[in-house]
Design a protein around this ligand. Structure first.
Ligand code: C5P
Length: 398
């Protein structure tokens, strides 16, 4: 996928620069040709020798080589590149990118680049959360720069929060997705709805019933559909994920809210993907005060929720509807049953018995079941699974 792609890897002065070595190695391994530009401060974090060895080219830092006066042309570098990937991108570099300050080779190359530009921010949580940084990132997004979101976790400062540069493997996945989206806009004019995440069924003002769904699979599908040009409404239960670029997100809480939002959006849709983990039961009544404990056991009366997928299936006509099945036993037979019962065109079966599949993780192992048969796939990233599901949707809808 990255074979022959010209990538300029820009490295700025962040402790996360050590991850740029692995990033460079993976890009080269995937077939990309990589030229590295470092800011002067980046050299303090990772040596030019390391990056030159991994990228197989001398590192560029200055406008010219002081030894022989050779000029490093930012203009021709910018023309050469298929992508300028700045990873890690510091708050300082992001700020300069938004204002047009061009006081190093990386920034002048950014201003000259005609290629796609992607940034992977890395900084301390307060710097990341600062309104200035957030505004700068928003400005860059609006100008078409792809922002590869940082992760949350322990930071070099010892603080815990969001700001840690995305892992190299994740960045490479996103680089591939950016290239893929460039060359295929096969779903322009199509409208899709996607349900994702977990619903929350309140018991009282404090407690609720929910499940382990993170929404990652549904969000990846919404992103894939949008990248291929579709208009996407993402009806989302609880998740901590950012809204994918170009997707309209509708936040809901309960199964009932999700049902109402989905049924309404379905009226104008060409297809739907039911990825949400919807509660099958909800408390009969929600207490308006916090339930007090007593020494006795207690039980909560539950009633069935409405099946969103079934309702959409019943009014499907010739549109395409995809559902998910997460089974622990009799997997394929149960999934096939769902194909019939809910009038799905495609059921994506993920089994909890497969390591790396199902909830929480970034990978999934699926079997696609449609009326023509079964298609088993190996373990892959949820982003890749999203691509094969959308490929299938395109095939079915033809
Ligand atoms: O019947 P089961 O819940 O196992 O079916 C799973 C599929 O049905 C998933 O695609 C899920 O999003 C969808 N579903 C739904 N509304 C419900 C329950 C499940 O849309 N109330």
């Amino acid at each position: 996928m990255l074979k022959g792609k010209h990538i300029i890897l820009g490295i700025t002065g962040s402790i996360a620069a050590y991850k740029a070595a692995m990033l460079c190695r993976i890009l080269v391994k995937e077939g990309a040709e990589v030229r590295v530009i470092m800011t002067p401060l980046a050299k303090q974090f990772i040596t030019p020798l390391t990056m030159a060895t991994l990228s197989k080219h001398p590192i560029l830092v200055e406008f010219f080589n002081p030894e022989n006066g050779e000029w490093n042309s930012h203009v021709s570098l910018g023309e050469w590149a298929d992508m300028l990937l700045i990873a890690p991108a510091t708050a300082n570099t992001l700020a300069k990118m938004t204002t047009g300050i061009a006081d190093n080779l990386l920034l002048t190359t950014y201003l000259s680049a005609r290629s796609k530009v992607a940034v992977a921010p890395a900084m301390d949580l307060d710097m990341y959360a600062h309104i200035t940084t957030q505004n700068n990132l928003q400005t860059l997004r609006e100008r078409g720069v792809e922002v590869i979101e940082p992760g949350a976790g322990e930071l070099a400062s010892g603080l815990i929060g969001k700001g840690r540069m995305a892992e190299p493997e994740e960045i490479v996945e996103q680089v591939k997705a950016i290239f893929a989206k460039e060359c295929r806009k096969s779903l322009i004019g199509k409208r899709y709805i996607v349900t994702a995440g977990a619903t929350i069924e309140p018991i009282d003002p404090v407690r609720y019933i929910t499940n382990h769904s993170t929404g990652k699979m549904g969000y990846a599908i919404a992103e894939e559909l949008a990248q291929r040009g579709a208009e996407v409404k993402l009806i989302s239960g609880r998740t901590t994920l950012p809204t994918p670029t170009g997707v309209q997100r509708i936040d809901v809480l309960t199964a009932e809210d999700m049902y109402n939002a989905a049924v309404e959006a379905w009226q104008m849709a060409d297809g739907g993907v039911m990825c949400a983990a919807v509660a099958d039961y909800t408390p009969m009544s929600v207490a308006d005060h916090k339930l007090k404990k007593s020494d006795d056991d207690m039980s909560i009366a539950l009633r069935r929720t409405k099946d969103i997928a079934k309702e959409l299936g019943a009014t499907k006509g010739c549109r395409t509807l995809v559902g998910f099945a997460l089974e622990t036993d009799n997997e394929e037979a149960n999934a096939e049953g769902k194909l019939q019962r809910k009038n799905f065109d495609l059921v994506v079966l993920n089994s909890l018995q497969d390591a790396g599949a199902g909830f929480r993780g970034d990978t999934n192992k699926v079997t696609l079941i449609d009326r023509d048969g079964h298609e088993e796939h190996p373990l892959m990233s949820k982003r890749e699974v999203a691509a094969i599901i959308v490929d299938k949707i395109e095939k079915i809808s033809k």
